[in-house]
Design a protein around this ligand. Sequence first.
Ligand SMILES: Cc1cc2nc3c(=O)[nH]c(=O)nc-3n(C[C@H](O)[C@H](O)[C@H](O)COP(=O)(O)O)c2cc1C
Length: 213
Amino acid sequence: MKTVLINKATKSSETLKTIYGRRSVRKYKDIPVNNEVIDQVLDAGRMAPSAINRQPWKFYVLTKKETIQSLSKEIGKIAGKEFLKIGPKQILKAVGHLLHYPHDLRFFKGEYFIFHGAPVVIFITGPRDNEWAPLDIGMCSQNIMLAAKSLGLDSCPVGMGKYAEQTKNYSQLHIPSTEQIYLSIVLGYGDEKPEMPKRTRDNIVYIDRMESW
Ligand SMILES: Cc1cc2nc3c(=O)[nH]c(=O)nc-3n(C[C@H](O)[C@H](O)[C@H](O)COP(=O)(O)O)c2cc1C
């Protein structure tokens, strides 16, 4: 049976190269991102598929350092408390991750804790009462991160951004109460090149795979 090698596939298509090359980057250069580039990236997000084409996403974009840092600090306080709620198994897993990637420890302090010092933070919200919104916004988010990568930017999805809702800064975002934050994404010019965290193939189950032709 023929197999398509991953490195062969990555060489064969720009899209695959972008998919394989994207990493969650947690250190950024102090360089702003041009508004047109941000618009292009958001436009790619808007092209994502969505259930019944509802396009449930809305984007709230922060680009001022002071706003981002102050929100990061406030979310950091909440995140610490939430972390302790995740239970011993998950805490052990997180500690295991940090032992494996000790450089991530540097983020457990100050204003870079949550948004990694990136110059752009995008909060993606959707209606609270749309059961497909989490999936739609996941797809939209991946489009955003791949578009960013293809334009020479790096990114990191930041789930902890949702704790913004519990901070005193939340009103600054002007997010209506009918919406909730599903994810935040940071963008910028990366200042590190992380290795790809391990991926497994054990999660593929071919029920009745055809012979390759
Ligand atoms: C829904 C979601 C939430 C995440 N939240 C965070 C986060 O709060 N902070 C962070 O640094 N990385 C976060 N990540 C990034 C993951 O840690 C990362 O995607 C994973 O380790 C795989 O690494 P890679 O993106 O470089 O392939 C999140 C990823 C996803 C998909």
